[in-house]
Design a protein around this ligand. Structure first.
Ligand SMILES: Cc1cc2nc3c(=O)[nH]c(=O)nc-3n(C[C@H](O)[C@H](O)[C@H](O)COP(=O)(O)OP(=O)(O)OC[C@H]3O[C@@H](n4cnc5c(N)ncnc54)[C@H](O)[C@@H]3O)c2cc1C
Length: 345
């Protein structure tokens, strides 16, 4: 019989973030599909009570916690020790975790300490006939594999945005404290503070409903023979603010800075979508001034509804890569869209 442990850290306020609640849904699905499997919850953090309450109704046999100030800040030594202690206490044969940076950093090491195996970037789980299979994409999301393993414990790190977040039934939960005396040499790293860009400078928003992708066309000479990069910057930033959209870029546009050409100042390599960039998950995507080349479009694999604006009737989007292509000037279209969304002129 498999023992499935849903393992996650809590946030500063003791609650579970959306990625963790999505993972709990997946862990329940796996436990239900395996039939006679037991589901356990393991939480660590400064506070765990609030997070445990969010798991109510999920059907966990035990809710285990490693709780205390030593576990409030992300730190390899203490996070790994807490995760290991919870896995051992649960006698977990399958450990399912959200792929947050905190969990992703420690779970390979924890799997090694437990004598198990780890698989990362899991996007789906299915249990049939008493066997668990997981899905993972390879070669920059071009090939999907279905994996099974016989070795236990088997640690799985689940990507965000692939499952519905678990909505607990409410009420309080009792957390069984797992004792863990953290040695002094596991406390040497101290988080002194966080530096993050102000909210209005943050252009990558994984939870946004829409992804706006800007291509190199925004920086190229337009009908009047001149480039209008300042206009482009205002149009793009206005849209991001009004729609609270996330910003992506094509490889060409993010590379321009390094080539000394006119650039969109807020566009970095972190924004790049595609084969050598990222593959974000959003309900909708709008591509602007981007040709829609295959190595770029492969990064749109998880965008459900795709629209594009391009001057070229023969661009990649026109070849079946977008649901709707507007053959139009993106400067004009987006100015109008922003006005409708209430942007200041
Ligand atoms: C191995 C490999 C990996 C790669 N990985 C990636 C990757 O990860 N991501 C990626 O993006 N690319 C990647 N590429 C590059 C990719 O093939 C393209 O070269 C790149 O995406 C082109 O960027 P672009 O469409 O912004 O620019 P361009 O090809 O220059 O297209 C600009 C577009 O803007 C349009 N335009 C101009 N002005 C306007 C206007 N006013 N209104 C509307 N449209 C306008 C033009 O019609 C044109 O279609 C990769 C290539 C290779 C070989």
């Amino acid at each position: 019989m498999e023992t499935i442990l849903f393992l996650a850290h809590t946030e500063a306020d003791g609650t579970l973030a959306r990625a963790a609640l999505e993972t709990l849904t997946a862990a329940r699905t796996a436990a239900a599909g395996l039939g006679d499997a037991e589901l356990m919850v393991g939480l660590f953090g400064g506070k765990t009570q609030e997070g445990a309450a969010q798991t109510q109704g999920a059907g966990a046999k035990r809710i285990l916690g490693v709780t205390g100030a030593d576990f409030s800040q992300p730190r390899y030594a203490s996070d790994a020790a807490a995760a290991e202690a919870l896995c051992r206490e649960a006698k977990a044969s399958i450990v399912i975790c959200p792929a947050t940076s905190r969990m992703a950093r420690v779970m390979s090491g924890v799997a090694l300490r437990l004598g198990g195996k780890v698989d990362t970037h899991i996007t789906g789980l299915k249990a049939e006939g008493g066997v668990l299979s997981v899905n993972r994409w390879y070669y920059r999301q071009r090939m999907e594999a279905v994996l099974q393993r016989t070795q236990r414990p088997w640690v799985l790190l689940l990507e965000g945005g692939c499952h519905e977040a678990w909505k607990g039934t409410g009420g309080t939960a009792s957390v069984e404290a797992v004792a863990l005396a953290l040695p002094e040499n596991c406390k040497r790293t101290v988080v002194e503070g966080l530096k993050a860009p102000a909210n209005d400078q943050q252009t990558i928003r994984p939870d946004a409903g829409i992804l706006l992708v800007a291509g190199a066309g925004w920086t190229k000479a337009q009908a009047d023979g001149k480039a209008h990069v300042e206009d482009a910057e205002k149009i793009i930033l206005d849209f991001l603010e009004c729609a609270q959209a996330s910003l992506g870029g094509s490889k060409s546009v993010v590379d321009l800075g390094g080539e000394g050409q006119a650039v969109l100042r807020f566009m970095t390599h972190l924004n790049q979508i595609g084969q050598t960039g990222s593959t974000p998950r959003h309900a909708k995507g709008l591509s602007t001034c981007c040709h829609g080349e295959e190595p770029h479009v492969v990064g749109w694999r998880f965008i459900n509804e795709r629209r594009a604006i391009d001057l070229d009737t023969n661009c990649g989007w026109a070849h079946g890569k977008a649901d709707v292509l507007y053959v139009a000037d993106a400067f004009e279209v987006m100015k109008k869209v922003n006005a409708l969304l209430g942007a200041k002129a």
